[in-house]
Design a protein around this ligand. Structure first.
Ligand SMILES: [Ca+2]
Ligand SMILES: [Ca+2]
Length: 202
């Protein structure tokens, strides 16, 4: 979820897009200033991953830019690794502000100056003392019954969707994650309850 380029560089992958106050453009990046902290949105794009029911291929959700650049290429399929857009699958229960079901998931990659460490905390919707909350929401991942495992990612409770994308085309999919008791202790965990998450920086 993060990529460091030095001790004071932080790239936060946000699994949603939120309207940041746009102050100015510099080197093609959007800047915003929140509480005197400069946030730079390096990339806005769409969540991509492998097809939900393929056995192999790439397994993580990644943030694909809206403006891809190709190098050498040969159109048509010669290889055996594919990438798809990603739909929210929340028909059973939607705790989000927006009705996300079957919509495509957008994303943004942000840089927060001066906070060099990023942490995604599962099963919490707040941050430890001294940390800044970037957002909180719900833990999501792949469907257990599908053929492919994926990473757990934190989706903002105010998550947006790609407008005009309500088409049920599938591709990669995102499901809410619920606790299962056993090795997972209940209490404090509760069977079937949707887990939260928070993304914190310091
Ligand atoms: Ca769908
Ligand atoms: Ca549930």
């Amino acid at each position: 979820m993060s990529a460091g380029e030095g001790p004071h560089v932080l790239v936060v992958l946000r699994w949603f897009t939120k309207q940041l106050e746009t102050i100015k453009h510099a080197r093609g990046f959007k800047f915003s200033v929140v509480n005197s902290i400069i946030k730079v949105t390096l990339n806005r794009g769409i969540v991509g991953s492998g097809y939900f029911n393929h056995h192999g291929g790439g397994g993580d959700y990644i943030c694909l830019p809206n403006n891809p650049k190709y190098d050498k290429y040969k159109d048509g399929y010669q290889s055996n690794s594919y990438i798809y857009g990603t739909e929210y699958e929340v028909s059973g229960y939607n705790p989000f502000k927006n009705n996300l079901h079957d919509h495509d998931a957008p994303c943004a990659v942000c840089y927060v100056k001066s906070r060099a460490t990023q942490l995604m905390i599962p099963a919490r919707n707040d941050c430890p003392s001294g940390w800044t909350e970037e957002y909180h929401g719900y833990l999501m991942s792949a469907n257990y019954s599908h053929k492919k495992s994926r990473n757990f990612i934190c989706i903002d409770r105010d998550a947006e969707f790609v407008h005009g994308s309500h088409a049920d085309k599938d591709g990669a999919l995102l499901y809410l994650v619920e606790g299962q008791c056993g090795s997972l202790p209940c209490l404090p965990y509760v069977a079937g309850r949707e887990l939260t998450c928070a993304v914190c920086t310091k």
